[in-house]
Design a protein around this ligand. Structure first.
Ligand SMILES: C[S@@+](CC[C@H](N)C(=O)[O-])C[C@H]1O[C@@H](n2cnc3c(N)ncnc32)[C@H](O)[C@@H]1O
Length: 206
């Protein structure tokens, strides 16, 4: 279903997102990769909007469910000269080995995964994250301000239809059950775009 949605929207994705990309997302993307090194996964890479911010010298992989989005990501890879391996893969069933990644970044992926996929997706990322690694998520949530919330509610059916996304995912609720622990949970843009940083829970136990 989501795959179909992104196959349909891929052609227009960058254009439709452009105003948000410029005003909201672009300043946040470098924060997602700051301090990361080694082997990094960009989960739900989309059209490759994060590519200009990949840390130099890192070994980066980008995965996505949609071949049409990946086609655009390949074009962007050539444009920006990013060193990134791209593959069609479902974040719920990654083909990666256990504990493979030092850093995992997912920008606006969990708002696309439905509620029952939140826990399995977090568990899968926990599996492929090194014990001393970090998982960073950038996600939307409803504003607490009544007017902003009202506008977001008006906008929600379009967002659902066009992107298969929702503003009310409770990703942070599943962190402990996925074997992860919260490192950071704070807003980066007003009270609607949230950074969630988690890491494998057993850190330091060995
Ligand atoms: C809202 S877009 C975000 C794209 C990009 N991360 C960005 O920041 O612009 C969500 C992306 O996640 C991908 N996606 C959705 N479900 C997925 C899944 N189960 N596994 C991998 N990718 C998925 C979609 O195809 C889409 O490209």
């Amino acid at each position: 279903m989501v795959r179909k949605t992104y196959q349909r929207i891929a052609r227009l994705y960058d254009l439709l997102d452009l105003p948000f990309e410029r005003r909201r997302y672009q300043p946040l993307r470098p924060i997602m990769f700051k301090g990361l090194s080694g082997t990094i996964l960009d989960a739900g890479v989309g059209t490759g909007r994060n590519m200009p911010f990949y840390p130099g010298g890192a070994r980066v992989f980008g995965i996505d469910l949609s071949p049409a989005m990946l086609l655009r990501a390949r074009r962007r890879r050539a444009q920006v000269g990013a060193a990134v391996g791209l593959a069609e893969m479902d974040v719920l069933h990654c083909g990666f080995a256990d504990r493979q990644f030092d850093g995992i970044v997912a920008t606006f992926l969990f708002c696309v995964l439905d509620e029952r996929q939140q826990l399995p997706a977090l568990k899968e990322l926990a599996r492929i994250c090194r014990p001393d690694g970090e998982i960073r998520l950038l996600e939307y949530s409803y504003s607490a301000a009544p007017m902003k919330r009202f506008i977001m509610r008006l906008w929600a059916p379009w967002v659902r239809w066009a992107y298969g996304a929702a503003f009310d995912r409770d990703t942070h609720r599943y962190v402990a059950e996925a074997g992860l622990e919260m490192v950071e949970n704070r807003f980066l843009f007003e009270d609607i775009i949230r950074l969630i940083v988690v890491r494998p829970a057993a850190r330091g136990a060995a």
